[in-house]
Design a protein around this ligand. Structure first.
Ligand SMILES: [Zn+2]
Length: 233
């Protein structure tokens, strides 16, 4: 019985350490998630920057074309003989100048947008490198705790194996089966005539036989292996 109690204590400790490890693993995953969010925001901004730069280049090409048109029209004007033609070219030049003014305005706007975006990218990049640094040290710290927990788990597993060797295999099988069914707790203390695993009253006959400590007894309600603490005996 003492061996079984020891086994349960070890198993509970292993369960606790494993869930603690899972907590740290989740912490690491959370760090990675945070990084991924900032990385993808940065990638979006960089894609928009490239798009703005393309737009700006297109506007600048259109501006050059309009300016060329104006120059050509101005050259043509020198050879014009009729007033009618002169007026027509004049209208063309006026329209082209209007177009140039609009394009210049659009280029200014695009440049301003681009500058704003570049400032945002700068902020985002430094945010990312700060976060990467913090994530890196956080990851290392959490991994170190995970590793030390793992060392404790490994040690507990070898003590567990030593205990199991001393127990009969039907007892171990029953214990493992109950552990699976009863949230990791195969043993329950019997106290004041009740099972503390399920809080049900035990038949008095059964409760009395527990004092003999001769063989395994099971709670008729939750089927856990019943144990009596020393001070009661
Ligand atoms: Zn019970």
């Amino acid at each position: 019985m003492l061996l079984l109690e020891e086994l349960q204590a070890i198993d509970c400790a292993i369960d606790d350490k494993k869930s603690e490890q899972a907590g740290y693993q989740a912490g690491i995953a959370e760090l990675e998630e945070g990084l991924a969010v900032v990385r993808s925001a940065l990638a979006d901004e960089q894609a928009r920057q490239a798009e703005f730069e393309r737009d700006k280049a297109e506007l600048e090409a259109a501006l050059l074309a309009e300016q060329d048109n104006i120059k050509r029209s101005e050259t043509n004007m020198k050879e014009i003989r009729t007033n009618k033609e002169f007026q027509a070219v004049g209208r063309e030049i006026a329209a082209a100048r209007k177009q140039v003014a609009e394009l210049e305005e659009q280029i200014l706007q695009k440049t301003a947008q681009l500058e704003e975006l570049q400032a945002a990218i700068g902020t985002r990049s430094s945010e990312l490198s700060d976060l990467e640094e913090r994530a890196d040290s956080g990851r290392k710290e959490q991994q170190a705790v995970i590793n030390s927990l793992q060392a404790a788990v490994d040690a507990a597993v070898s003590s567990r194996e030593a205990i199991i060797k001393e127990l009969s295999s039907p007892v171990v099988r029953r214990y493992n089966q109950l552990r699976g069914q009863r949230h990791g707790r195969a043993l329950a203390e019997a106290r004041d005539g009740s099972c503390t695993g399920c809080n049900m009253q035990l038949p008095p006959q059964l409760y009395n036989t527990l004092f003999k400590r001769d063989e395994l007894h099971f709670c008729p309600h939750c089927q856990r292996i019943l144990i009596l603490k020393q001070e009661q005996g």
